[in-house]
Design a protein around this ligand. Sequence first.
Ligand SMILES: Cc1ncc(COP(=O)(O)O)c(C=O)c1O
Length: 365
Amino acid sequence: MSSGFDVKDTIMQIKPYVPGESKMDTDKPIRQLAANEAPLGASPKAIEAAQGSVAQLNRYPEGGAVALREKIGERFGFPAEQLICGAGSDEIIALICQAFTSEGSEVLYSQHGFLMYKISALAAGATPVSAPESDLRMDVDSMIDAMTENTRIVFVANPNNPTGSYSTKAELERLHAALPEDALLVIDAAYSEYVDAEAYSDGSDLVAQNKNVVMTRTFSKLFGLAALRIGWAYGSKEVIDILNRVRGPFNVSVPAQAAATAALDDWDWAMDAKHLNNRLLPAVTQRLRGMGLTVYDSVGNFILIDFSDADRATAADAFLRSEGIIGRGVAGYGLPTCLRMTIGTEDDMDVLTQALTRFIESESA
Ligand SMILES: Cc1ncc(COP(=O)(O)O)c(C=O)c1O
């Protein structure tokens, strides 16, 4: 398609990201399970901090998010000067593509990897390359096979959205070892706070040892601050310096900085949210499997249900919507037979399982 403007060809190849829906015309209570959001909301202390921060809306934010970076550094044990904050980790993914690619550069990710890698690569004028997965997991050998002399960035979501699978520390190390030194490994750890698996790594250990590794994180998931758009990354001084050159000077708003700082102080709230998720995740997985549905193992705050057939997935989605439940079709991720559902509240999960039971009954009626 031609726009009549002289924009990069790659921009016209972008299929705009379709966010999970949040509204529907129904008289049933709406269960918003489409965007992997926090079902309990944000910490009351974070909300209070955001509210308290709006008295001086005429003032620009603190551009370097110094206090927040210090707080993140304290909480997670990273040097504040090796951190950068962004308007969601989406912005950081975009900045990475903008800064570390030029025309002809390849940006590699795995087959069902988070969609923003492809979109951000194309927006930057780079060429996206996807490597086949095995069993809905990033496959190190297939990623290595897909590397070329033009590979500049390799993205791995760990855990990955929408599959819920994770890569082990050993797999990340093997992938990194195969990467040219002038290419960047980005470990997108948006859901890392939920993961307890021993073999898992959020990638921070690789960042500490290597100049060419970055870990991205977000306040949108566990901390429930998606509306404020706030994420961060940990990388070498060299990488953070490069990203700071392309970052807008006031990219993170005052309420976002205030709320995120307060959210980190309210650690018990975050841990309660994690424990609720990690109790409901296996329970709902088991219940749905008991009903004969295929549910993939997930370590995030969502599950991927495979209906084995695209029409059946579409019918299940429509049925759930008629019951007020908004899930996420993932055909855009090459998974047309699946629906992704956020782990909501206990009540949300009861309503979901009951609705799916009725859906399955309706099929044989
Ligand atoms: C794997 C992954 N990375 C990054 C993001 C972006 O999150 P945000 O921009 O809200 O920080 C998401 C959001 O769904 C995600 O699933």
